[in-house]
Design a protein around this ligand. Structure first.
Ligand code: ATP
Length: 224
C-alpha cells in the first residue's frame, strides 16, 4: 500500500515562535521499495515522518493531504519514544507480540540482542533502544513502515544487518520510508529504490538514485 503526501504545508506556533516547517511537500512511497528521505539538520525529515504517521506536534497546523492506507509502523528518531518509561523493554515487546516466537523473530530482524531486554528503555544504549524500537514496529506487521534514522546510532556492521532486514521487509511487499544519513552506503549497495531530498521544508528532488544524482542543484549534488 502506498503512502502519499500532497501539497502538505505545516506551520508550528508556540508561545515563543512561529515557523513554516514544511512547504507544499508532495511525495509518494511505493510498496516493495525502499524510499530514502535525506536532508540536513532541521530540513523537515522528522516532520514528514510525523505527518505520515499522524504524529504532528500539537503546536502544528497543516494543510494539504496525507494518504495512508493500511497499518502504519513508526520508528521514532529517539527509540526511547517507542516505549513507556519505567517498564523493561522485553516485557513491553512481549505485550506487543502476544507470543514469544514473534518477539524473537522481530528482535532478530532488528538485530536487538537479548541482554538489554531486562533493562528499562532509558537504560538501553542509543543503539540498543533504536533496534528495540524497530523490533516493536515490525511486530505490528505494518503495511507501511516509516523509520526515522533506524541505523543512525549503529556502527557499519550492525547498520548493514538492519539495512538487510529493511530490504527484506520491502521485498516482501512492505512500503518503506527511511530517514537516513547512509545515502552513499545504500546507493552503493543498491539498497535505495527511490530518494527524496528535502531542504528548508521543501522537496528539492525525488526519483531513482540515477534521476536524483542527475539533478542540477548544488544542494542535491552534495549527496553524491
Ligand atoms: N515540536 C516542534 N515544535 C516546533 N518546531 C519544531 C518541532 N519539531 C521540529 N520543529 C522544527 O521544525 C523544523 C524541522 O524539524 P525536523 O525535526 O523535521 O528536522 P529534521 O530534518 O528531522 O532534522 P534532524 O536531521 O536534525 O533531525 C526545524 O526547524 C525544527 O526546529
Amino acid at each position: 500500500m502506498a503512502a502519499e503526501l500532497h501539497d502538505l504545508t505545516v506551520d508550528v506556533r508556540t508561545d515563543r515562535w512561529h515557523a513554516r516547517v514544511l512547504t507544499e511537500v508532495s511525495l509518494s512511497v511505493a510498496p516493495g521499495e525502499i524510499t530514502a528521505l535525506v536532508g540536513g539538520p532541521g530540513a523537515g525529515k522528522s516532520m514528514i515522518a510525523r505527518a505520515l504517521t499522524g504524529r504532528l506536534p500539537a503546536s502544528a497546523t497543516a494543510s494539504g493531504e496525507v494518504v495512508v492506507d493500511g497499518i502504519v509502523g513508526y520508528v521514532p528518531q529517539d527509540g526511547v519514544d517507542a516505549f513507556a518509561p519505567g517498564r523493561p523493554v522485553g516485557a513491553q515487546l512481549r505485550d506487543l507480540a502476544g507470543d514469544a516466537g514473534s518477539v524473537e523473530e522481530a528482535c532478530a530482524a532488528a538485530a536487538y540482542p537479548a541482554e538489554p531486554m531486562g533493562l528499562l528503555p532509558e537504560e538501553n544504549s542509543a543503539g540498543q533502544i533504536q533496534r528495540a524500537a524497530l523490533a516493536a514496529a515490525l511486530m505490528g506487521e505494518p503495511d507501511i513502515l516509516v523509520a526515522d534514522g533506524p541505523t543512525a546510532p549503529l556502527d557499519r556492521a550492525l547498520g548493514n544487518v538492519v539495512w538487510r532486514s529493511l530490504r527484506r521487509y520491502a521485498d516482501a511487499g512492505g512500503t518503506l520510508l527511511v530517514i537516513t544519513h547512509d545515502l552513499p552506503l545504500i546507493t552503493a549497495a543498491g539498497l535505495a529504490d527511490r530518494i527524496v531530498v528535502v531542504d528548508d521544508g521543501r522537496v528539492l528532488a525525488a526519483g531513482t538514485p540515477a534521476e536524483v544524482a542527475a539533478v542540477d542543484d548544488p544542494l542535491v549534488r552534495m549527496y553524491f
